[in-house]
Design a protein around this ligand. Structure first.
Ligand SMILES: C[S@@+](CC[C@H](N)C(=O)[O-])C[C@H]1O[C@@H](n2cnc3c(N)ncnc32)[C@H](O)[C@@H]1O
Length: 275
């Protein structure tokens, strides 16, 4: 949801203190403006603590990093809005540890958000291509300049055939509402000797519906590894959802047996040339 401009002005006012688990506005606002700010801060997950020594909106998670991402895009996530939950730095470190990035390695981040994974991967020397569906986040990614390419598109519409050599690493934290489709599709972009590392909801380890069961079979056939993340790993992004990392290696001799998508869809316009 978009941050109204009056609220944005207050949150970016140099007098506003956003630190640790709280947002403190130590100056007077007129009533309508206060109500607007209060509404947004509560929608993000805060509660007003009026005690004399606090007088702040307090969050059950560290709000500073999260608020920085929100202010960069002038929006904050709601469940309805594409599942935008920036990956917290500790989880990014875990992803990168499993990815063993080295200088010049090609990396795809197919649902890149504001670059929580892509930025640190590029800082380690990777050559990163990003895909992101949301225009505001695409703008932030381009401003950051960490990625070689930022493609503004629905990743599920992109054709793996436009990326014949594949990426050495695919690193992702997809929207959980369509996680299976995103990860299955992303496998088509993986180099034979590449590795995909993704954050996923823990429920995919045990849900018994057909799509999830088939997905686990696909992962088992590729010797994929499920690694549970500590509880509350995503608390800094305002959600208590239990999460895992999934690590899958590409397979020599051809792409993993995904959904045959590439047999039925038209080719795109060379979006990944040079990957
Ligand atoms: C859970 S967030 C993760 C963002 C980023 N990967 C990170 O780790 O901070 C998911 C992101 O996927 C984007 N997204 C959702 N559907 C998409 C799609 N079909 N194609 C590309 N990006 C998509 C959302 O806009 C959001 O930024």
């Amino acid at each position: 949801m978009e941050i109204p401009s009056g609220v944005y002005d207050v949150l970016t006012d140099p007098r506003t203190v956003i630190t640790g688990d709280r947002v403190q506005i130590p100056f007077e606002l007129d009533r309508p403006r206060y109500e607007q700010v209060d509404k947004v801060l509560k929608q993000i997950g805060g509660r007003w603590d009026g005690r004399k020594n606090v007088r702040a909106h307090v969050y059950p998670f560290p709000v500073e990093e999260f608020m920085r991402a929100c202010l960069a895009t002038r929006e904050f996530p709601t469940w309805q809005e594409q599942g935008w939950y920036p990956t917290p730095p500790a989880v990014v470190d875990d992803i990168l540890a499993h990815a063993s990035i080295h200088e010049g390695m090609s990396v795809l981040e197919p649902s890149a958000g504001t670059g929580s994974i892509a930025g640190p991967a590029a800082a380690r020397g990777a050559v990163v291509d990003c895909v992101e569906i949301d225009e505001r986040r695409v703008h932030v990614l381009r401003e950051q300049g960490a990625a070689r390419r930022v493609v503004h598109a629905d990743f599920l519409d992109l054709d793996p055939l436009d990326c014949p050599h594949g990426y050495r690493r695919v690193l992702m934290n997809p929207p959980f509402s369509a996680a299976l489709q995103h990860v299955t599709h992303a496998m088509g972009f993986l180099h034979d000797e590449g590795t995909l590392v993704t954050v996923l909801p823990e429920r995919l380890m045990w849900h018994c519906d057909r799509a999830t069961t088939e997905f686990r079979e696909l992962i088992a056939a590729a010797d994929g590894e499920w690694i549970k993340l500590p509880p509350n790993s995503f608390a800094p992004s305002g959600t208590q959802v239990c999460t895992v990392l999934l690590v899958v290696h590409g397979q020599a001799g051809g792409p993993l047996p995904t959904h045959g998508w590439h047999h039925s869809q038209p080719r795109q316009l060379d979006l990944f040339a040079g990957a």
